[in-house]
Design a protein around this ligand. Sequence first.
Ligand SMILES: Nc1ncnc2c1ncn2[C@@H]1O[C@H](COP(=O)(O)OP(=O)(O)OP(=O)(O)O)[C@@H](O)[C@H]1O
Length: 118
Amino acid sequence: MRKPPIHKSFFNAFRGIFLMIKSERNFQIELLAFFINLSLIFYLKLSSIDTILILIVSFGVLIAEIFNTAIEKICDIVHPEFDRRIGFIKDIAAGAVILMAIVSVIAGILVYWKYVFN
Ligand SMILES: Nc1ncnc2c1ncn2[C@@H]1O[C@H](COP(=O)(O)OP(=O)(O)OP(=O)(O)O)[C@@H](O)[C@H]1O
């Protein structure tokens, strides 16, 4: 298959993000959390290192959600019927999102604590 031009590849990738925003409720909530973090970065005037930390964990949750959704969609296409193995795959993919969310909450508490209580 012929490779699409670079601008088309970018367009497809951004369309993917738009599709996530349009159709995935969890992604919408995580995006809201991302924008709240973005506001706090400016409002609390976070240092560069703290800003990078918050951005990495916030994007980490969004990226994990995208992969989780991709795995769910593949499962639904390849094997739409109920199957314990599909349940296992979907559960561990969801587990990755939860782990990333836990890390981001811990990082958020540790970073914001300094600015709010000092
Ligand atoms: N085909 C299947 N066979 C067995 N169990 C399934 C199947 N489809 C879904 N499940 C179970 O239901 C759960 C939810 O799956 P679903 O595809 O509805 O994802 P979702 O509700 O979008 O979840 P998430 O909140 O992780 O995005 C899975 O984690 C799995 O335990």
